[in-house]
Design a protein around this ligand. Structure first.
Ligand code: RNT
Ligand code: ZN
Length: 417
């Protein structure tokens, strides 16, 4: 018996004593797919704009060496990351990651410009999600795209949005799993607007135009992502939380919550149960805001654990698509992916290892003492031994061993770029 296995058996007994079946918890975890965002691999540059100017109120800071410069490099880096992450997952692409030698603009994209991604995803057993790119482009005019007062600007972006739907449907059909197409629109104003309503009306109408055609939901579904503010859009964001709550619920779209898109002390974990009651489903951008929407790599912090618990306790995994959204250019990008993805999985595992029914009963009986004592003791339970076993049975390195592989890849590949 390996040491990991021996520790697993001991931990399994401890959990069994509080009524938790660890094998069942791992079966549940095995089924959860995380949508790993491609854009951590090149600091959101994409392959359309050689200078990589990032606009739209988001920002990647840092010059760590080794960023992917081509689709082949990005795929190789993703493969490296997935070799260190247990389970089978999805990759989340943005339109600017089109892989073609043709000079096609965002309003000209077709499925064929993503064929190499689909072939690769098939070989790797991965799903693909998608995002229209409403930023880093000359048609992002005066901080506006779909909400622009200029019809020619709106038309360009409406066409882009429509085309991304066809591409996402192609992903879904080819890969046999629904491709979530997430709409985030950065439009906003630096300083206080006079008219907050008209841009929202225009955004609503433009989105309705994009979504007018009915597509097979087995292939693709759309989500809409709100935001409080961006750099250069500090005073007003057209696509606010209220805007997309209304839009998503009335238009039957998934609602995307990004952990960094709210006031600094406002958390998305507390929103999930309400969304579950009223929305068609949820898309998550698991991220970590540090004082603002800074998109730091996801750590095992209180909010991540609370998100995991809310999803598991309320049985929301069946209506939730979990995506990641962070981009740190000051560290090894493969390591960033691995830490963020493994942490998200670990947070879910910790939630699966909770005697939830028992705790719900105690709460109903007003036994708040027992509720507190048990949840606090649970924090010391050996979930790490369960996690290590999960890594071992999935054939990925346990503990710090994965980092040695990531370092070797950096030495042999990334630093040679
Ligand atoms: C920006 C949004 C959005 C982007 C990606 C690149 O604040 O979070 O999801 O991060 O589309
Ligand atoms: Zn996001």
């Amino acid at each position: 018996m390996s040491q990991v296995e021996a520790c697993y058996q001991a931990a399994k007994e401890r959990y069994a004593a509080i009524g938790v079946d660890t094998d069942q918890a791992l079966e549940k975890l095995q089924k959860v797919k995380i949508s790993v965002h491609c854009w951590q691999g090149d600091d959101v540059k994409g392959f359309m704009n050689p200078r990589g100017d990032l606009t739209g109120g988001i920002m990647a800071t840092g010059h760590y060496p080794g960023a992917a410069r081509t689709a082949e490099e990005l795929r190789a880096d993703l493969e490296q990351a997935f070799s260190l992450i247990p389970g089978k997952h999805k990759v989340n692409l943005h339109a600017i990651y089109r892989d073609t030698s043709e000079k096609v603009d965002l309003n000209e994209l077709e499925p064929k410009h993503f064929a190499t991604w689909v072939d690769w995803a098939k070989k790797q057993g991965l799903g693909l999600d998608f995002n229209p790119t409403f930023f880093s482009h000359p048609m992002f005019k005066d901080n506006y795209t779909l909400a622009s007062p200029d019809k020619s600007v709106r038309d360009f972006w409406v066409e882009h949005g429509k085309r991304t739907r066809k591409i996402a449907a192609y992903f879904g059909k080819e890969l046999g799993q629904t491709s979530i197409n997430n709409f985030w629109v950065p439009d906003g104003m630096k300083d206080n607007p006079i008219d907050r309503l008209a841009p929202r009306q225009r955004l609503m109408d433009a989105l309705d135009e994009i979504f007018a055609e009915k597509l097979d939901e087995a292939y693709t579904q759309e989500s809409v992502e709100s935001k409080l503010f961006g750099i250069g859009a500090e005073a007003y964001t057209v696509g606010s939380h209220e805007f997309y709550m209304g839009y998503g619920i009335t238009r039957n779209k998934l609602i995307c919550l990004d952990a960094g898109h709210f006031h600094p002390t406002e958390v998305i974990s507390n929103k999930l149960s309400s969304l579950a009651l009223f929305s068609k489903g949820i898309m998550l951008h698991v991220s970590r805001p540090v004082r603002w929407d800074s998109d730091h790599v996801v750590l095992m912090d209180d909010e991540l654990m609370e998100i995991g618990r809310e999803l598991v306790r309320n049985d929301l995994l069946k209506v939730t698509h979990i995506g990641l959204d962070f981009f740190d250019a000051t560290i090894n990008r493969v390591a960033a992916w691995v830490v963020g993805t493994r942490n998200t999985q670990k947070a879910l595992l910790r939630a699966f290892l909770e005697p939830t029914e028992e705790l719900k009963k105690l709460e109903l009986a007003n036994d708040f003492t027992a509720r507190m004592v048990i949840t606090e003791e649970l924090k010391d339970f050996p979930y790490g031994d369960i996690w290590n076993h999960f890594c071992e049975i999935n054939g990925v390195p346990v503990g710090l061993e994965w980092f040695k592989k990531a370092q070797a890849y950096e030495e042999g590949v990334l630093l040679k770029r």
